[in-house]
Design a protein around this ligand. Structure first.
Ligand code: IPD
Ligand code: CA
Ligand code: CA
Length: 262
C-alpha cells in the first residue's frame, strides 16, 4: 500500500499546487450541461497532472475522472478523481474547493485524500488505519442531540425527477426545525468536515462517485456512519448520501423521510 499511498499523495499535492497557482487569477471558464455547471481550464490542467502521475507508476489501473471520463482497464484497482470539487467556488474566488482522489481495490475503498490548498488542509485515510488532517488523527463529533446539531448539505445543478422527495422539501423540514444548515459547495469538503467534527451531519442527493469516494473513506475511518436515505449500506455509486457522526444518524434518517424530531 505504501507505493499507492505515495502516488496518491503526490498526485493530490501536485494538483493542489496548480489550483493554488490559478486561484483568484485568470483562467478560461466553460459551461457543461446546465448553465451553472462549470468547468475551468484549471480543472483540466489539474486532472491531466493527476492522471499523468498515476499512469506513470500504474499504467494498468482503471481511472474514472470527472472531466475525461472512464479509462477502463482489466485491473482490481480503480482511481476515482475529482480534480476540483467545488468548481463554482473556485471560479468565484471562494476558497472552499479541493482535489479529491479515492482508490478502490476489488470494489472496496482503500485510500482517500482530499486537499484544499487555499486552507492548506490535507485530509487522508487508509482503510483500517484511521483518518488524519495534516497528519493529525481526526474523529467525528460526539454530539448526540439532533436539535443542536450543525449540518451541511448541497444541491444538484440539475434537479433529478426520480428523487423520492424533492430535496428542497427535506431542506425545508430541517430548517423549519430550527437547525443551522450550511451549504459549502464542495461535497468532498462537506464529508471531511463531518469527519473532523466541524459538522455533525451531511446529506445530499445525486452526487457522483468522484465527489464522494475519498470523503466516504475519511468519514468512515474517523468513526462516522454513511448510508443511503433508507439507512442501507452505502457505496460510491449510490445516489443518496447521508454521513453523520453516527449518534444523530437515525434522527437524520427520520427527518429526511418526513418525520419530525422536534
Ligand atoms: C459539485 C460539488 C457540490 C455539489 C454538486 C457537485 P463540482 O462538484 O461537490 O457541492 O452540490 O452536486 O457536482 O461540480 O464542483 O466538481
Ligand atoms: Ca465534484
Ligand atoms: Ca469537479
Amino acid at each position: 500500500m505504501d507505493g499507492l499511498k505515495e502516488v496518491l499523495l503526490h498526485a493530490t499535492q501536485e494538483a493542489g499546487k496548480i489550483i493554488l497557482h490559478y486561484f483568484n487569477g485568470v483562467f478560461k471558464i466553460d459551461h457543461k450541461v446546465g448553465i451553472n455547471n462549470l468547468v475551468t481550464e484549471v480543472d483540466n490542467h489539474a486532472e491531466d497532472k493527476i492522471i499523468q502521475i498515476i499512469r506513470q507508476r500504474y499504467p494498468e489501473h482503471t481511472i474514472i475522472s470527472e472531466e475525461v471520463g472512464e479509462m477502463i482497464q482489466v485491473s482490481d484497482y480503480q482511481w476515482l478523481i475529482d480534480p476540483i470539487d467545488g468548481t463554482v467556488n473556485f471560479a468565484h474566488g471562494i476558497p472552499i474547493c479541493c482535489v479529491s482522489i479515492g482508490l478502490l481495490y476489488k470494489n472496496q475503498l482503500v485510500l482517500g485524500a482530499v486537499f484544499n490548498p487555499m486552507m492548506d488542509e490535507l485530509f487522508f485515510a487508509e482503510k483500517g488505519k484511521g483518518a488524519t488532517l495534516n497528519g493529525i488523527p481526526i474523529s467525528v463529533s460526539t454530539k448526540a442531540e439532533f436539535k443542536t446539531a450543525c449540518l451541511v448539505t448541497g444541491f444538484p445543478y440539475k434537479w433529478p425527477d426520480d428523487s423520492k422527495e424533492h430535496p428542497i422539501k427535506v431542506f425545508e423540514r430541517i430548517v423549519l426545525e430550527g437547525l443551522p444548515v450550511r451549504r459549502l459547495g464542495s461535497a468532498a469538503i462537506d464529508l471531511c468536515w463531518v469527519a473532523c467534527g466541524r459538522f455533525d451531519g451531511f446529506w445530499e442527493y445525486n452526487l457522483s462517485a468522484w465527489d464522494v469516494a475519498a470523503g466516504y473513506l475519511i468519514v468512515q475511518e474517523a468513526g462516522g456512519r454513511i448510508t443511503d436515505f433508507d439507512g442501507q449500506p452505502y457505496n460510491v455509486f449510490e445516489k443518496q448520501t447521508l454521513a453523520t457522526n453516527g449518534l444523530i444518524h437515525e434522527q437524520m434518517l427520520s427527518v429526511i423521510n418526513g418525520k419530525s424530531n422536534a
